[in-house]
Design a protein around this ligand. Structure first.
Ligand SMILES: Nc1ncnc2c1ncn2[C@@H]1O[C@H](COP(=O)(O)OP(=O)(O)OP(=O)(O)O)[C@@H](O)[C@H]1O
Ligand SMILES: [Zn+2]
Ligand SMILES: [Zn+2]
Length: 804
């Protein structure tokens, strides 16, 4: 086995296959499949993944592996083959598939360096170059750029005097701390104390400390404990009385927080009925997908916890996926509280280093449970016993960049290999999943009632147009305001929800209606209050608000739309006595602030929790008795066939925050389109009715779950180019598919221009097209050169969740 197959870090068609490399003698037996290695590729050295070992190659002149990057494989055999599956299902390159499975810290970073070529004659080089290389063989690219000698160096590179090399670097280092320990025995320490002059009190203290406790201590800790500095121990180290060493530690994102241990609750009759089929599937080692459809507050989480407990009994492992936005401290507590140190947590709030450490705990089998967002589905477990996906309807489980995978599909694929169950949980399942459960593809488990038979909160829908007609121009309806006042008196808590998605603050002229758009993208600029700038969310363009309208020169140009800050100001005006906690991207960007705000709210330091999407889910606070939704319909008008579904789901989730414990809950939903069925039915909290209604719409318009869809988006700086390419693609795809399928295109994307690139798309609706994947791959291959040259971009999504 002296030859390794390696997938190299060059995402392109020509390199999307394994290359053979010789394993040099000194690395024989060291190199294993799943390891990252550094290999020569063309003129540079790059990273690669070993996918297999063999004894023969069809090629004769093989280059050798330069060095391994890992001591142990970072991908196990199962993940390596999952990479093949991912490549086929999402049409991505193998290298992208493997990289998606690893924490960011393990993705290669390349440092460009300039080195003197062997044949170079130092003294013959231009003086400037000589000085650069005076004391060194290599300088970094950045240094060269800063020095302004780049063109000179370029000339020397052409002459062959300078080589450019790429050095692979790890992004994140293991965290190390310095420890101090006694290097002499007790007698030695004691003797030295005797010999110390009387004024060396500090040194004496240090030695006495180690006489009491001879275990190594973190240097920083020792210093602060004894109030000393490094000068105190320096002499002691030199004399061989103390030693210093570096040890690796895990970064701990949870600090010293204690997690209160919880015991399994006796299950209710309904929970028992729901959990039995899951437990059976675990015991019988049989793969199956369950849809746990349970209203908000019905105790789904307890079902998850006890299923995991069963899995751990068998010595197996569990993956729990939670949407990023609801990966709240409260959620983490529930898992850490039950399973303690056996739990690793992975979410975007962690630094790259912290994520890396959590990942290593999984890899080293130090934990058995991972709770995380989408990418945690790739946790490198090797004895998986269950995968749980909470809030399975959330669209954040779909990755919107290569590889464009859906975590649900990956979960089912992995669980199939390990012969274990997948549990999808939701109060408002996605239409696709519910339809599959109806067909018997998934097994449906229901929790139709709340805990303790607590009723769902009562919901009242307020027509804001009516409010306006009756002279109320504020953002709060009279009913909502009255109810808030009532709760303030009763000392009960209120959640106010502002749906930010789909609408934002924009700048408009009140006289002529002119809206300020991004000059590079066909989309309005978003107004940011904190720096009073307008910003494009697609390309980053920024500008300040003009004093007069560029169109009619009116001075009545101002921003519209409601941000959380504006709501907060408004609240302060009408209810100055109310204490408000605002939660949005601005107030939660600092690490730990999310948690702090929620803790404050839970401890009763505020009456009102005001926020965006991030407060819609997962909160389980007993004192919340009123939920107000300020604008229910902002999402309804997005050009997306799922907008009704998303609106219904969100309204149901938010409403579910009220009255979860003893106190009864009430919900007020303000809307400008009360007649829309997704608003109306979220008022009745009737998912089943909504499902029927929405299925009819999907059937008529031939959308999922009746049809599958795929989307090709083409963009180019020239309008005509993107139209013509899209046109060709549309025709080609059409020619490859059956008459039953519908190929729509070329049409302009809902956002027709981003960053000065014109965007056109082709939408494919189909029922069964085994050829489609191959045809789309062919399209990508065909345009590979133009794409690589940078002018043309084509993205193919076999299961798009964002159609813009
Ligand atoms: N068997 C049980 N006995 C007593 N209390 C329970 C039991 N199961 C769950 N609970 C409690 O009921 C409350 C609601 O349960 P939980 O939060 O698990 O519901 P959920 O279905 O996950 O809700 P949501 O989908 O709204 O987040 C929690 O406070 C939980 O501790
Ligand atoms: Zn104007
Ligand atoms: Zn822009």
């Amino acid at each position: 086995m002296n030859i390794a197959s390696v997938i190299v870090d060059v995402p392109a068609k020509q390199t999307d296959r394994a290359f053979d490399y010789k394993i040099p003698g000194h690395l024989a037996g060291v190199i294993q499949p799943g390891m990252r290695v550094i290999v020569p590729f063309g003129p540079r050295k790059i990273q690669g993944f070993v996918t297999g070992l063999k004894t023969e190659s069809e090629f004769s002149q093989l280059k050798s592996i330069a060095e391994p990057m890992d001591l142990n494989p970072v991908l196990n055999q199962e993940l390596l083959s999952l990479g093949d599956w991912l490549t086929e299902k999402t049409l991505c390159y193998k290298i992208s598939a493997y990289q998606a499975m690893l924490p960011a810290a393990l993705k290669a970073k390349y440092e460009k360096k300039l080195v003197l070529a062997e044949k170079a004659d130092r003294v013959a080089l231009p003086e400037k170059v000589q000085t650069l290389f005076e004391n060194t063989e290599a300088i970094t690219w950045d240094e060269a750029v800063k020095d302004g000698t780049l063109s000179l160096l370029q000339k020397e590179a052409t002459n062959g005097n300078i080589d450019i090399i790429y050095q692979v670097k790890e992004r994140v280092k293991k965290k190390k701390v310095k420890q101090v320990f006694p290097a002499a025995d007790r007698n030695g320490l004691a003797e030295y104390i005797e010999k110390l002059p009387a004024n060396a009190t500090k040194q004496k203290e240090v030695l006495e400390y180690f006489l009491q406790d001879d275990s190594p201590i973190e240097q920083k800790e020792l210093f602060s404990f004894l109030r000393i500095t490094s000068s105190t121990i320096k002499g002691l180290i030199q004399k061989g009385l103390l030693g210093q060493k570096e040890v690796e530690i895990y970064r701990n994102p949870f600090g010293d927080r204690e997690f209160k241990r919880t015991e399994p609750l006796p299950l209710t009759e309904e929970q028992r009925k729901a959990i039995i089929p899951i437990l059976n599937s675990i015991e019988e080692k049989r793969h199956g997908t369950f849809l746990l459809y349970g209203v908000t507050g019905s105790g789904k989480t307890e079902v998850y916890l006890q299923s995991i407990q069963r899995v751990l009994q068998d010595g197996k492992e569990a993956i729990v996926l939670v949407p990023e936005i609801s990966l709240t401290p409260q959620m983490v507590n529930r898992f850490k509280g039950r399973f303690g140190d056996q739990v690793a947590v992975m979410h975007s709030g962690l630094s790259a280093g912290e994520k890396y450490d959590e990942w290593r705990k999984i890899q080293r089998k130090e934990v058995k449970v991972v709770v995380g967002a989408r990418s945690a589905i790739f946790a490198p477990f090797e004895n998986l016993g269950i995968v749980i996906i909470d809030e399975e309807h959330e669209t954040s489980y779909k990755q919107e960049e290569n590889p464009r995978y859906h975590a649900r599909d990956v979960a089912i694929e992995r669980a199939g290999k390990y012969k274990c169950p997948v549990v999808l949980g939701s109060a408002t399942p996605s239409l696709e999943s519910f339809a599959r459960a109806h067909k018997g593809v998934y097994q449906l488990l229901s929790l139709p009632k709340r805990m303790n038979n607590q009723s769902l909160p009562s919901v009242e829908i307020i027509d804001m147009r009516e409010e306006l007609r009756e002279g109320n121009r504020s953002m709060f309806s009279r009913v909502l305001l009255d109810k808030i006042k009532d709760r303030l008196e009763k000392k009960e808590q209120i959640v106010l929800f502002l749906n930010k998605r789909g609408h934002s603050s924009f700048v408009m002229c009140r006289d002529c209606g002119y809206v300020i758009n991004c000059p590079h993208c066909d989309i309005s600029l978003t107004y940011h209050r904190f720096n009073q700038q307008m910003k494009c969310h697609y390309c980053g363009y920024e500008a300040s608000v003009p004093n007069t309208c560029p169109e009619c020169e009116s001075e009545h140009i101002r921003y519209f739309g409601t941000g959380t800050q504006k709501v907060e100001e408004e609240l302060a005006k009408v209810l100055p006595e109310a204490k408000v906690i605002r939660m949005d991207v601005d107030t939660t960007s600092r690490k730990g602030s999310h948690e702090k705000l929620l803790d404050q709210f839970q401890e009763g330091h505020a009456d009102i929790l005001l926020g965006t999407q991030m407060i819609a889910k997962g909160l389980d606070f007993p004192n919340i008795t009123l939920v107000g939704v300020l604008s229910a319909d902002t999402m309804l008008h997005l050009p997306d066939f799922r907008s009704s579904e998303k609106t219904f789901q969100l309204l149901t989730q938010v409403s579910g925050r009220a009255g979860r414990h003893e106190l009864e809950g009430e919900v007020i939903i303000q809307t400008y389109t009360p007649e829309h069925y997704s608003v109306e039915l979220s008022g009745e909290q009737d998912y089943d009715k909504f499902y029927e209604r929405e299925m009819m719409v999907r059937k008529i318009h031939r959308y999922p779950p009746f049809y599958y869809i795929s989307l090709v988006t083409v963009s180019h700086e020239e309008l005509m180019k993107s139209v013509s390419v899209t046109e060709k693609i549309t025709q080609y795809i059409q020619s490859r598919l059956s008459a039953e399928s519908i190929v729509l295109g070329p049409v302009a994307s809902p956002i027709p221009r981003i960053n000065n690139r014109y965007r056109y798309q082709c939408l494919i609706k189909y029922k069964r097209e085994p050829e489609l994947g191959r045809a789309l791959k062919k399209v990508l291959d065909n345009y590979q050169h133009e794409i690589a040259a940078g002018g043309l971009a084509i993205s193919v999504d076999l299961n798009p969740y964002i159609l813009m």
